[in-house]
Structures are given as structure tokens and as C-alpha cells.
Write a protein that binds this ligand. Structure first.
Ligand code: ADP
Ligand code: AMP
Length: 223
């Protein structure tokens, strides 16, 4: 399956993507995680992305689209993928469509995680991520690690993302409304959008998403 997850920052895209990707047997591709990995390795791409990320702005399409396409070209993505945080504006959505068309492929669904803004703010305020791998995500109240400050999955140190500060979050929410939300209508025109109410426990939201995709956990490998 080829799936896109959309929703405001803090909606739970990364959290859901980890479970959905595992259940469906496809890789989780997060452009935010790719940028953070490049930043921690000090690559030129990471250096280019840093100033935009710290300011809560989108990294330019000229950098982002190539990086996303390179990742989708990897062998593990041949049978499908779950995109998280890409596309994030109309230009990226068109670039994704062009890429898939060139490959003779298409999207199966766009899952739109719907969460009220006051909840998103609470989720971001308590988010803690792992120094080793930013796809390992926790919350100080809602999704605590077994040992405070330590990643359950790899023992890495947990920290608060610099762009999760109150001021930057406000900017990121503005950017979401002005630049990212229009892609929902863009994909609605292709009849691909499924709205998922994303309030409630993590496993409940995963169940709703799997039901929307009309797959059960048991037939995930066949997807
Ligand atoms: P996104 O990738 O959309 O920015 P995350 O998956 O990083 O969002 O989730 C944001 C924060 O909210 C994290 O701290 C995560 O642990 C927490 N979270 C995710 N899903 C839920 C949920 N259903 N209920 C409560 N907290 C959640
Ligand atoms: P995320 O991890 O999805 O919350 O993304 C963190 C930050 O990375 C965003 O605020 C942007 O600065 C940058 N970023 C991630 N994905 C994209 C994208 N598709 N286009 C542009 N910038 C992105």
C-alpha cells in the first residue's frame, strides 16, 4: 500500500505511523525524521534544513522533494510506504503525483488525522523524543517511557525538540493552515482522503486507521 498521513503538528502522525507501518509491513518515511537524522550527522542537507526547522518554516521544496524521492527509491519501499509529513504543500503533492505517475504507481489513501487545536498544543508540549532515533516518540503524561528520560526501545536519552517551544509551535500551526491544509482538498479531488478522528488512546486511533484502510492486523503482510 502507498499511504500519506496528514494532520497538524502533534496530531500523532509519527506515533500512528510506527504502528501502521509495522502492521502493514511497509516502511515509515518521515521527512522530519530524515531532516533530523541529517542534522545530527552534520550533513550539508542537515545544515540547509536547520534554520528553517528552528524557525518553524518549511524547508524549501528544492531540498525536500529530492530527499523524499531518494528515500522512496530505496529497495524497502518497492512494495509500498507510509509517508508522514510529506507532502506538506501543493507543490510537493504535485511532485509526488508526478513521481508516482513516472513509476506507474498510485496512492491508496490519504489519512487525515483530526485533532482539536488545544489537544495538539498539549501533545506537543509534552512530547519527548529519542536522541538516537527521532521516530521513537513519548509524552510526559500520555505515553510515558518505563524509566523517565530513557527510550524504552533503545535506551537513548529523551529530549524536547527545539521546534516544540511554544513560539515555534504557533508558527508551525500557521504554516500548517496556510500551506499544508490545502493538500487535503487536492487529494479529496482524487477521492483519496479518509478522515480519522484522532482523539482517544493511541491503540484506538490505530484500530480506526486500520479499519479505514479495510485491513486487519493479520493480513498486514499481504498488503
Ligand atoms: P506528529 O508526528 O503528528 O507531530 P507525534 O506522533 O509526535 O505527532 O505525537 C505528538 C505527541 O502526542 C507525542 O508526545 C505522542 O506521544 C503524543 N500522542 C500521540 N498520539 C496520542 C494519543 N492518541 N493520545 C495522547 N497522546 C498522543
Ligand atoms: P515534523 O517532524 O514532521 O514535525 O517536521 C519538523 C520540521 O521539518 C518542519 O517544521 C519543517 O521545518 C521540516 N519538514 C518536515 N517535512 C517537511 C516537508 N515535507 N517540507 C518542508 N519541510 C519539512
Amino acid at each position: 500500500m502507498r499511504i500519506v498521513l496528514v494532520g497538524p503538528p502533534g496530531a500523532g502522525k509519527g506515533t500512528q505511523a510506527a504502528y501502521l507501518a509495522k502492521n502493514l509491513g511497509i516502511p515509515h518515511i518521515s521527512t522530519g525524521d530524515l531532516f533530523r537524522a541529517n542534522m545530527s550527522q552534520g550533513t550539508p542537507l542537515g545544515q540547509q534544513a536547520k534554520e528553517y526547522m528552528s524557525a518553524g518554516q518549511l524547508v524549501p521544496d528544492s531540498v525536500t522533494i529530492g530527499m523524499a524521492e531518494d528515500r522512496m527509491e530505496q529497495p524497502d519501499a518497492e512494495g509500498g510506504f507510509l509517508l508522514d509529513g510529506f507532502p506538506r504543500n501543493i507543490g510537493q503533492a504535485q511532485a509526488l503525483d508526478d513521481y508516482l505517475q513516472r513509476k506507474g504507481l498510485s496512492l491508496d489513501a490519504v489519512l487525515d488525522l483530526e485533532v482539536p487545536e488545544d489537544e495538539v498544543v498539549k501533545r506537543i508540549a509534552g512530547r519527548r523524543i529519542c536522541r538516537n532515533d527521532s521516530s521513537h516518540v513519548y509524552h510526559e503524561v500520555y505515553n510515558k517511557p518505563k524509566t523517565a528520560g530513557v527510550c524504552d526501545q533503545c535506551g537513548g536519552e529523551l529530549y524536547q525538540r527545539e521546534d516544540d517551544s511554544e513560539e515555534t509551535v504557533r508558527k508551525r500551526l500557521d504554516v500548517y493552515h496556510t500551506e499544508t491544509e490545502p493538500i487535503i482538498d487536492y487529494f479529496k479531488a482524487q477521492d483519496l482522503v479518509i478522515t480519522i478522528p484522532a482523539m482517544g488512546p493511541v491503540d484506538e486511533v490505530t484500530r480506526r486507521s486500520m479499519a479505514a484502510l479495510e485491513v486487519t492486523e493479520d493480513d498486514g503482510d499481504a498488503a
